[in-house]
Design a protein around this ligand. Structure first.
Ligand SMILES: Nc1ncnc2c1ncn2[C@@H]1O[C@H](COP(=O)(O)OP(=O)(O)O)[C@@H](O)[C@H]1O
Ligand SMILES: [Mg+2]
Length: 332
């Protein structure tokens, strides 16, 4: 098990890049909690990073952000939605008037009641649904002007439903993440070749799956299967990872580990989360959806107010701000 600390989850507002977070938010007009930099080699983060190197990685990211700000460089958003609506064929709109941009490297949580449209919104971002109107861009490219495999090289999705009838081993499932990188005649060959095996192995190690690599996927527990699906997404080496309720099947230790791992990747992460305390500790920014529209969008303490939660979930909420991260109590 890797060591982790609360500040990995963003619970420590006085972290080393705290000043940069404020500067970034102020000067760019985004509430980019993280410096707007992308990781040129996400694979390097698949290797374990000892605690001592994490702070130098933070300093490095902060320095890059300062360079970007001082040089006036405008980074292309990792994900951008403009005037987007979506509904099923012949049905009414389920998502309406969605517009936001997610800077590269930002960690965004999407919260909202059941049926609010969270999964549908993620489906727009990983190019499963085409918008009825408006445009969805990833790294500046309209998703529907790009080929599906090209999108899959940039965007990986970890979905709620995990098929249990796969006659594949955990390793073979993770190796599926390499398919978008196969070209031409290699595309149809065996699932893992030598060049990909290292990436697949590193992704499995990162998710503590090495010991069960050759187990049948169907024999794994729900939590283990979830970790396999995250490892598959890591093996895809995307710039953006989209996850639909990724902590659902995990015990609290694995929930915290997964969120710390996602923060440490240096990638853009967009995840739906039901647990508001986890979301507030994990995300730079929270988008609250209600009935397919954006109700709030901002840093956790601004997006998750008692008034917003009352409108989004139809409950009375009390928020305790006395600790590192807000704590929530609800009643009807
Ligand atoms: N393909 C679809 N066809 C018809 N209705 C859909 C479809 N996908 C989602 N919905 C409906 O859209 C609403 C939002 O669904 P969803 O995005 O799954 O919400 P959430 O993830 O927030 O619980 C729900 O009422 C759901 O039944
Ligand atoms: Mg959902």
């Amino acid at each position: 098990m890797p060591d982790f600390c609360e500040s990995d989850l963003g619970f420590d507002p006085k972290g080393e890049d705290g000043g940069i977070r404020a500067l970034d938010a102020h000067q760019t007009g985004h509430f980019a909690g993280r410096p707007a930099v992308s990781c040129p080699d996400p694979c390097q983060f698949l290797r374990r990073m000892p605690r001592s190197r994490r702070s130098s990685a933070r300093r490095h990211r902060a320095a890059l952000a300062v360079q970007a700000l001082h040089g006036g460089v405008r980074m292309i958003p990792a994900v951008e939605l403009r005037d987007v609506s979506w509904g099923p064929p012949k049905g009414q709109d389920i998502l309406s008037d969605l517009g936001f941009a997610v800077p590269q490297g930002q960690i965004m949580a999407i919260c909202g009641a059941n049926g609010a449209g969270k999964s549908s919104l993620l489906r727009l971002i990983y190019r499963h649904h085409a918008p009825r109107s408006g445009v969805v861009r990833v790294l500046g490219q309209d998703l529907w002007q790009s080929r599906a495999t090209a999108v899959a090289r940039n965007v990986a999705a970890v979905l709620q439903e995990q098929p249990t009838d796969f006659a594949l081993t955990a390793r073979q499932i993770v190796a599926l993440g390499r398919l978008p990188h196969r070209r031409g005649w290699r595309a149809g060959l065996s699932l893992a070749d030598d060049a990909d095996a290292g990436i697949v192995g590193a992704a499995m190690e990162r998710m503590h799956l090495t010991a069960m690599a050759d187990r049948s996927f169907a024999t794994l527990s729900g939590g283990e299967r979830q970790r396999v699906m995250v490892a598959r997404a890591l093996a895809q080496e995307p710039q953006v990872i989209v996850l639909d309720e990724p902590t659902n099947h995990l015990d609290i230790r694995h929930q915290l580990e997964l969120l710390a791992l996602l923060r440490g990747l240096g990638l853009t992460v967009i995840a739906t989360l039901h647990d508001l305390t986890l979301a507030a500790g994990f995300a730079d920014r929270i988008l609250v959806l209600a009935v397919g529209r954006i109700l709030a969008d901002g840093p956790p303490d601004q997006a998750l107010t008692e008034a917003t939660l009352a409108r989004a979930f139809h409950v009375k909420a009390r928020i305790d701000h006395s600790g590192h991260a807000p704590r929530f109590a609800f009643h009807l």
